[in-house]
Design a protein around this ligand. Structure first.
Ligand code: HEC
Ligand code: HEC
Length: 368
């Protein structure tokens, strides 16, 4: 594990363990840093969180400007999802350590920039656990929350509340504040009027009861294919796809073409950390945030070889890369209709990477 990860984990631990030490003091960004951070935000985050940080543009990514979030989200609350992602949701890790495109400083600056965009007073949250009746909380959850957050907290239009990565890094009081006050500018209602204090405590305690502790993992790094291996089955014939709307290929057709050993290039356009975890065998990671002049575009074949792009759920990133390719004259492109999540749920195979746990004990016993 590298030093900066440990430092950041330690910040999180100190915050969680009730210490008042703040290791990372947010210094104001210089104009230059601020401009770079704004550009990074547009390049990496706007696709889902929106040009104006409003959220819910793709994959129901939450607002990153609500007063409710920005006044209660301490820096490490924003750091962990951005750096390591929330496994099982479309929010991937952007930190270079897990294959993402951003350095620690770049992430810190984007987060500092996000904070600077809103005019909010920090709300001091209690570090005490919220005590409630878990059985009552489960009933409240089913009645009031499951519709938007999913029967198992898997997330629908609302955030995945059963997600271990989220729960293990979130204080009870943070959850309770969101439930009580809602998230302004989004569909998350304030329950202060609708539920009693006891019901709010209980649903918070219920959510907490689902946390499975520290379960942070990071993938064992896999090298992307070399340039000469980009084209699958170079000596074979191209597949004959009937593209829906002249763009979309169905999982069943792609699967058949791959099994028949047809010639094509398969591009995984998600954040690279997701490619590291699981991808369609033979795919090349070319995340949506590479821009048109990036060298990788020059590495792609321009001889009319079909280029199929795919992303998580189901098409936003893949379509954006396909558009960029077409704009650069690489017009024989197709987008996987169901995305890789659809592909997996239809039972088609993926190549999975290994992961290693990021253990709290390792951090504690380290000499930092
Ligand atoms: C592919 C879409 C996508 C992209 C791109 C993306 N996010 Fe997210 N992000 C999500 C989703 C979806 C969630 C909610 C996940 C969940 O259910 O927990 C999320 C959650 C978050 C959260 C947690 C917010 C909260 O309310 O707890 C932060 C912080 C965040 N993203 C920051 C970023 C930043 C910064 C970037 C750019 C560097 C980025 N995201 C890029 C989809 C995305
Ligand atoms: C109408 C849909 C809807 C209902 C009903 C709803 N939520 Fe939400 N909830 C959302 C959305 C959407 C978000 C993300 C808001 C954003 O963009 O920041 C959210 C966010 C949250 C968050 C913040 C998560 C984070 O990481 O920032 C918590 C906690 C939460 N909801 C709990 C609940 C609970 C508990 C209930 C039931 C008592 C509930 N919600 C009912 C839609 C809903």
């Amino acid at each position: 594990m590298r030093k900066n990860t440990i430092a950041v984990l330690v910040v999180g631990l100190l915050a969680l363990s009730g210490s008042s030490v703040t290791l990372v003091q947010a210094a104001a960004l210089t104009d230059e840093e601020s401009a770079a951070a704004a550009a990074d935000y547009q390049k990496y985050c706007a696709l889902c969180h929106g040009d104006d940080r409003q959220g819910h543009v793709n994959d129901h990514a939450p607002s990153l400007k609500s007063k409710s979030l920005m006044s209660t989200a301490y820096r490490w609350h924003l750091w962990f999802p951005t750096a390591y992602g929330r496994h099982g949701t479309p929010m991937a890790g952007f930190f270079e350590e897990v294959g993402g495109p951003m350095t620690k400083d770049e992430i810190f600056n984007v987060l500092a920039w996000l904070k600077e965009q809103v005019d909010v007073e920090k709300v001091e949250l209690s570090r005490d656990p919220v005590i409630g009746d878990i059985a009552l909380g489960a009933q409240v959850y089913d009645r009031e929350c499951a519709e938007c957050h999913g029967a198992n907290g898997e997330g629908v239009t609302g955030t995945a509340l059963g997600n271990a990565a989220m729960l293990s890094l979130t204080m009870d009081s943070f959850l309770r504040y969101a439930i009580q006050n809602g998230r302004d500018g989004t569909e998350m209602p304030a329950f202060a009027e609708k539920l009693s204090d006891n019901e709010i405590d209980s649903v918070t305690a219920f959510l907490r009861s689902r946390a499975s502790g520290w379960a942070l993992e990071k993938p064992v790094y896999r090298s992307p294919p070399a340039k000469e291996d980009y084209i699958l089955n170079p000596d074979a014939q191209a597949p004959e796809f009937e593209l829906k709307d002249d763009l979309y290929v169905m999982s069943a057709d792609l699967d058949k073409a791959l099994r028949d050993g047809r010639r094509l290039v398969l591009l995984d356009t998600r954040v690279m950390a997701l490619w590291q975890m699981a991808n369609i065998e033979g795919s090349v990671p070319l995340p949506y945030y590479y821009d048109g002049v990036d060298k990788l575009f020059d590495d792609l074949p321009t001889d009319g070889t079909l280029i199929v792009t795919y992303c998580e759920c189901p098409r936003a990133a893949a379509e954006s890369v396909s558009r960029k390719l077409r704009a650069r004259g690489i017009t024989n492109t197709a987008v996987l209709w169901e995305g890789i999540q659809g592909w997996i749920s239809l039972g088609y195979p993926v190549s999975r990477g290994e992961t290693v746990a990021l253990k709290v004990e390792d951090v504690r016993s380290s000499d930092h």
